[in-house]
Design a protein around this ligand. Sequence first.
Ligand SMILES: Nc1ncnc2c1ncn2[C@@H]1O[C@H](COP(=O)(O)OP(=O)(O)OP(=O)(O)O)[C@@H](O)[C@H]1O
Ligand SMILES: [Mg+2]
Length: 292
Amino acid sequence: MIMEKLSDAGERTVGQSPVRSSPSGNRPAPPPRTGEPAPDGGLAVAARDFSFWYGKTQALDSITLDVPVRRVSALIGPSGCGKSTFLRSINRMNDLIPDTRHEGEILLDGSAVYSSGRDVVELRKRVGMVFQKSNPFPKSIYENVAYGPRVNRLVSSRGDMDALVEESLRQAALWDEVKDRLDRSALGLSGGQQQRLCIARALAVSPEVILMDEPASALDPIATQKIEELIHELKDRYTILIVTHNMQQAARVSDFTAFFFMGRLIEIGKTEEIFTNPRQEQTEAYITGRFG
Ligand SMILES: Nc1ncnc2c1ncn2[C@@H]1O[C@H](COP(=O)(O)OP(=O)(O)OP(=O)(O)O)[C@@H](O)[C@H]1O
Ligand SMILES: [Mg+2]
């Protein structure tokens, strides 16, 4: 699909030398773009001058970025540029790491994530996370999905829980593969199935935003394709923020792409524009494989 997209635009292909001439090295750098709001106008997440430190190491430097509601936004950039740190800042998973601090703010649906009155458990229910390495609990498939709704007291009867588990597994495109073995250990599933189970587990508590940190990087091409199709299905209902090192994947799954470099947001825009006509030379160098 990326190749179609790019050849439609008639400009260049990813991973190869740019077809059109390089922008002038002397051109003054324009300010980074912010993602354009979705047609329905809402921003699910907005970072405002957000900086983050691990001890004395600054990992994020004044990130200002908009994440439109019910769209897929991809974060790309070389290793160590702060992508995971940024994702973990949104649902305050970084709070669990000692000796860290931040400046600036992140807003979830307009309200400050780091305000003193914020209920972090509720925040993580609204902002779910899926990691690179699938991490099912050593429990049954059913219990993996039922755990979140149970601790959050989302359903009261066994029948309602059964229905919620089924719906979550269906949404994660896993139901047909596991419906006859819900009581078996989740650890017996394949890597790709385990990752979809982790997505089902995230969906079961009805999040608004799903953060995915390289969700398919440990998977084979077929399992990867399933995850990408799933992301496509889910974006009608959820806001998805995905980190990926795979340029083609970013181009295939996302509506907006943000390029991070050394803790800074270099550029954000519509994915097609970022991949065909980046404004910043560093973005162009990265997407054409000249560094990172
Ligand atoms: N728990 C931690 N303690 C101390 N420093 C950390 C920690 N996690 C990340 N860092 C540092 O913060 C910076 C950003 O790391 P981060 O993991 O956010 O990068 P990334 O873009 O996700 O990289 P990758 O693509 O390799 O996953 C790096 O310099 C990293 O060494
Ligand atoms: Mg990372």
